[in-house]
Design a protein around this ligand. Structure first.
Ligand SMILES: [Zn+2]
Length: 455
């Protein structure tokens, strides 16, 4: 009998071959003119809207007054915004296939022992996301091929001009379900490249040992973890010399970028993505900022109400429309992050528009003396527990008080969180987790402050 793991690996190999096949087309797209990019984007947008209108009751309602056949990116302003809460609350109305429901997706997450494919080649993931509300997401076969190409085409372009014999990619990612980071980043970008997945959540000493053993020529991983590895090299605790570095999932802090430059002087491709849209923008390592994946994603900078703002005006939100995910369409989806366009053509020659480096919500970091705990550490643990529907983290002198809505196993969750805090340099953290009926929202705005630092 074929085990579930063998079955997954077999399909995964087929999927990776599909990515390699599509990558050549995507590398070519990087050289597209503005006209080519915009023509492709418009056609794909019309296709997505027409499809979603037929197959998704949720989108049919929102698109009722829209004629997809004449739609352009600018015309999207007439479509309502889509919020994270809507995406999760109205899941069964959004999904475009008859055989998948939110309950069914939850059953897959609860029962799978490893990553898996549904009988119709979909993959189900869960993430804490930037807002802190747990989300469940489905990626279909073609969507994965698209976003794997978006994540890797700029690196692949460079690999073609300077091929590296015996390339080995160390992948610092979650390393396990339900996070999508491992399947997306465990992708070879050059012929013959080997990959090794190293769980980024392990104690730092273990991670360093695993990276040393992997002898990588290329690195990809969470920005803070790659930063820690660079500092370990500078401190003489690790001896690797990656020729190319890719960072993702967290804002790339200046101090980490500096450490990477000092340790390895390697080109850095920073990626801005989300489990919903996949990949929004990637850095080319030659010019500033990140190239927006305009062929597969429409980005809009808008005000509080979803009305577009000019390139030089401040924006309250960034909306994304993912053109490749037909199974679970995100149309004018509120990403939460704020971005700024960069003017001018990039030094790499690509005509794809750029956004400035994503600073992220650094206000959400907690500082304890010399240790800084990024909010993503809390999100990573709290945001993927299916028994936690919402949470709020209050910084304390030696750790955190966490209020949760739901029915978590508080003791186990507190231990997992304490372990994560220790890994990030907080010794003897004190974590308390309490279950509450509801979370206190801001009196006037109604917003929830997810991370409340010490005064
Ligand atoms: Zn560029």
């Amino acid at each position: 009998m074929i085990s579930a793991r063998d079955s997954y690996e077999g399909l995964r190999a087929a999927h990776l071959d599909a990515v390699q096949g599509a990558l050549q087309d995507h590398v070519g797209r990087v050289e597209w003119s503005r006209e080519q990019i915009e023509h492709h984007q418009t056609q794909r947008l019309r296709s997505l809207l027409a499809y979603a209108k037929q197959r998704s009751p949720f989108h049919a309602r929102r698109l009722s007054g829209i004629d997809p056949s004449v739609m352009t990116a600018a015309g999207l302003a007439g479509v309502p915004m889509m919020t994270k809460a809507q995406a999760q609350d109205e899941w069964d109305d959004i999904v475009t296939v008859a055989d998948l429901t939110r309950d069914g997706a939850e059953r897959i997450l609860a029962s799978q022992l490893w990553f898996s494919y549904t009988p119709n080649d979909q993959q189900v993931f869960s993430s804490g996301g930037s807002s802190g509300v747990r989300g469940v997401y489905v990626w279909d076969w073609h969507f994965f091929v698209s976003i794997a190409c978006l994540a890797w085409r700029l690196q692949a372009r460079e690999e073609r001009t300077a091929p590296h014999a015996h390339a080995r990619l160390a992948v610092l990612a979650a390393g396990m379900p339900p996070h999508a980071s491992t399947p997306l980043f465990d992708v070879p970008t050059a012929p013959g490249m080997e990959t090794a997945v190293i769980p980024a959540g392990a104690p730092l000493a273990d991670t360093i040992a695993a990276v040393a053993a992997a002898k990588p020529t290329h690195l990809v991983g969470y920005a803070t973890v790659v930063g820690q590895l660079a500092r370990a090299c500078l401190a003489g605790q690790l001896d690797i010399r990656p020729v190319r570095v890719s960072t993702n999932s967290e804002p790339l802090l200046d101090e980490d970028r500096r450490a990477i430059r000092e340790a390895w002087d390697a080109p850095v491709h920073n990626l801005w993505g989300s489990t919903e849209i996949g990949v929004q923008a990637v850095g080319c390592a030659r010019g500033d900022g990140l190239h927006v994946c305009e062929d597969e994603v429409v980005l809009e900078r808008v005000d509080e109400n979803g009305a577009p703002v000019g390139p030089d005006e401040p924006a309250a939100r960034t909306l994304a429309t993912g053109l490749a995910n037909l199974t679970f369409p995100f149309i004018r989806y509120d990403l939460g992050d704020q971005v700024d366009w960069l003017p001018g053509r990039c030094a790499c020659g690509s005509a794809f528009a750029r956004v400035a480096d994503i600073g992220g919500r650094r206000d959400d970091d907690f500082r304890y003396g010399a240790a800084t705990i990024p909010a993503s550490v809390f999100r990573h643990v709290l945001g993927t527990d299916p028994r936690v529907s919402e949470y709020q983290v209050h910084q304390t002198l030696r750790g955190a008080d966490v209020l949760t809505v739901g029915a978590p196993d508080c003791e186990t969750l507190a231990a997992a969180l304490a372990a994560a805090l220790r890994r990030h340099g907080l010794s003897d953290p004190e974590v308390e987790i309490r279950v509450v009926e509801r979370l206190q929202r801001h009196e006037s705005t109604g917003k929830l402050k997810r991370f409340v630092p010490l005064d």
